[in-house]
Design a protein around this ligand. Sequence first.
Ligand code: ADP
Length: 495
Amino acid sequence: MKKYIMALDEGTTSTRSILFDLDGNVLASAQKEFRQIYPKPGWVEHDPTEIYASQLATMTEAIAISGVNIEDIACIGITNQRETTVVWDKDTGKPVYNAIVWQCRRTSDYCEELKSEGMTDYIRKTTGLVIDAYFSATKVKWILDNVEGAREMADRGQLLFGTIDTWLTWKMTKGKVHVTDRTNASRTMLYDINKLDWDETLLKKFNIPRSMLPDVRSSGELYGYVDVLGYSIPISGIAGDQQAALFGHKCFNTGEGKNTYGTGCFLLMNTGSVPCDGKKGMLATIAASDKNSAVNYAAEGSVFVGGAVIQWLRDELGVLREANDSEYFAEKAKDSGGVYVVPAFAGLGAPYWDMYARGVIVGMTRGSGRNQIIRASLEAIAYQSNDVIKAMELETKSNIKVLKADGGASSNKFLMQFQSDISNVDVIVPSCKEATALGAAYLAGLGCGLFSSRDEIPNSGSDDKFSPQMSEFDRERLLKGWRKAIDCASGWVDR
Ligand code: ADP
């Protein structure tokens, strides 16, 4: 009986490989950063070859550290930064251009054009997305339009496109397998999330030949085999990072949601068999499911500045030495004394969508001090997440029953309790902090038959649970102040 699962977690700044046992315990992990390439302001690229090399290096390193026998590794699951776009020559395997990263804004103007041409509704209905340079479609078009010879090669069927999952799988299977999963496909702005197929109208609009596109599969099934130090291991799980985390938290049912408290916050909620309609600013995306389970959708909303506000307190204001200390000082303050911090450094995301908003600190008196500003900053992470939760509930006409949490700032107990209080929901922080990698591992386990169904996936051990303790009166009073603070931040920049 094979005993281990390897998760490959290909992030935006580093690749990691994590070896799990079948109970979801981490045996070993290895991590390697790779170069961030900024050719112009607002442009972000990666070298796909470096990503592949760093993934192989961390995989063998994790195996070596763990001391397990390679033949005991049952399967590999891949989770990845979504939307980032690679185009390569199918014969030589060479990328024709660097990977264009999700953050890259080079196609913003073209996206504005698409909006003015009236494409918004069609794209929303078909792909579940708002028109934005984040998504892969305009990046592929940019490569075909701007790299010498690329358009002609694409027309000849010589080029392949993939997000990072596709690129890694193709490389690791020596060019035999050109696939992606539905979660990644649903972030390309080319995929019809209702019909579960690439959309002809959008392919024509962006002038992208269908021959470039990978086959779209479920997130847990056998895709192909990788040779690792002489042993053949199946790749049997693929999911984009946020959907992998939703799966890793076992949010398999409608109304179950998770929030990843990292630099920004990413909230996803399982909406079952129906995608949300975006009326309250949520994106509709496909949730991860293995080949034996029905397709589920998720509503997605994000907060631009989450844990980053704590970095700002540390690096810009200099009132903290470490992010961890924020909990101690916040507790010391007892309450925020009417102080609100709105970290709208780059505008406000869902549900406000105000790019003219800017950060404010309001409600200060002569007695307001550092501890209250620190506390109010942590509270701001929870208030912003709460705004997304409430919009999500309105949009999906259902209540979030439990919120699962992960990401760096989820280790802050004050923040987790405040989130529970202000949103009036139970917040659960699993002991295993690797929800994303765990999701990829579970999917791979299902995909290769190691788990025969989701019921066999182990529980993650001892979780921290935070339950609401705040009175309705206090909650309303605090939220009223937050809404006033948002008004102060809104529309600050002159248009
Ligand atoms: P990412 O994956 O986006 O790089 P992480 O999940 O590693 O982010 O989380 C890092 C973020 O969490 C940073 O913005 C940091 O300021 C914040 N953070 C880390 N620890 C804490 C803490 N104990 N309290 C509040 N914020 C924290």
